[in-house]
Ligand binder design. Structure first.
Ligand code: DAH
Length: 347
């Protein structure tokens, strides 16, 4: 009789331990307490047997009963504390102040911005000052003052987006040459980074892109100064080993004019990479990066400078081109699609 009494109490302890975990609210837990420890509960029922025991068994049975009661009470109290803590957590909106913080995702600069900053850094290091001007321009600043009168065939070089008859989106940053000379006396040494627009859209052209214009005007500026300045610039930007070549070209606002090629930074000027033709320079070993020349006297006349007493040079550089070469980007569209997987590589 004593043995089965003691076994029954052990069973009650096991039952309590198993069932308290299933009690998910204080109400569940109170029901469990009543079922086990209440006046008509399972422990009370077991105690009924105690009264009928002989005197030799009573002390051991009574001791065990008290131990079990204490154990059940402690188990239920522990569960109650857990439930109360969880409820306190809920009142903080599920916020657990003890968890470590989450690092916010930080963006990165766009490769065009990076290239623009690098170019401007090199050129300001050479003594140029940064200026800016409007993207909505008039015909005179964008064309006429740059030696392109209304019927000049050179206007066909650029497909213009017009806002009205004489107002347009600037097709290049060259109007900043005009604006700078109109507002300052020589000597001037400025660069003008910014957006430009053309009616043009295909694999290698976007209707908006970025240029950086340069202008230096002083007494006795020569083509040698142009060569030296641009060679130093290109080598700082692309590395000291970069080869530079000046190819004769034509622009209405410079005379003489040239285009500048650099040795291809993909294939190192070889034209091929491990036997395969280089796609960036199309096997030539050279890539064009800018146009330049000596400022045409007609431009000086348009802005009120005396072409007899000053000379100078100008250059215009495509920023997308530089970004693609510097960062090894094979497709122009990557720069405009804003695919986060692409952009993240520049952080
Ligand atoms: N404005 C020219 C273009 O968009 C680029 C250019 C060429 C700018 C020669 C210059 C220059 O200042 O001297 O194609």
């Amino acid at each position: 009789m004593l043995k089965s009494f003691l076994e029954g109490l052990d069973g009650l302890t096991l039952e309590c331990n198993a069932r308290r975990g299933q009690a998910c609210s204080l109400k569940d837990l109170e029901a469990l307490r009543v079922d086990l420890l209440g006046r008509k509960g399972k422990l009370a029922a077991a105690m009924g047997a105690l009264a009928k025991m002989g005197p030799e068994d009573k002390p051991a049975a009574g001791k065990k009963a008290n131990e079990v009661k204490a154990a059940l009470t402690a188990m239920l109290e522990a569960r109650q504390a857990d439930l109360e803590n969880a409820a306190a957590g809920d009142s903080l909106g599920g916020f657990d102040p003890s968890l470590p913080g989450r690092r916010p995702a930080v963006g990165s600069l766009h490769p065009i911005t990076l290239a623009m900053q690098e170019i401007c850094e090199v050129l300001t290091g050479l003594g140029f000052e940064v200026v800016s001007g409007p993207e909505v321009e008039n015909d005179w600043h964008n064309f006429e003052a740059l030696n392109m009168p209304p019927d000049h065939p050179a206007r066909d070089m650029q497909d213009t987006l017009y806002i009205s008859d004489r107002v347009l989106l600037r097709t290049h940053t060259s109007p900043l040459q005009v604006r700078t000379m109109l507002s300052r006396k020589p000597p001037v040494a400025v660069i003008a980074p910014g957006k430009v627009y053309r009616r043009d859209s295909d694999l290698t052209h976007t209707p908006m892109f970025h240029q950086i214009e340069g202008l230096l005007v002083d007494k006795h500026v020569s083509m040698g100064d142009l060569r030296g300045t641009l060679t130093a610039f290109v080598r700082q930007l692309f590395g000291e080993k970069t080869d530079v070549r000046f190819r004769p070209s034509f622009f209405p606002f410079t005379e003489p004019s040239a285009e500048v090629d650099i040795s291809c930074c993909m294939c190192g000027g070889a034209g091929h990479i491990s036997g395969e033709p280089c796609r960036v320079c199309k096997r030539t070993g050279w890539v064009e990066i800018l146009g330049c020349g000596m400022v045409d006297p007609n431009v000086y006349r348009a802005v009120g400078y005396d072409p007899e007493s000053v000379t100078g040079f100008a250059f215009g550089l495509g920023v997308e081109r530089v970004a693609m070469l510097k960062y090894g980007i094979g497709d122009l569209r990557m720069l405009f699609e804003n695919d986060v997987r692409f952009l993240e590589q520049f952080s």
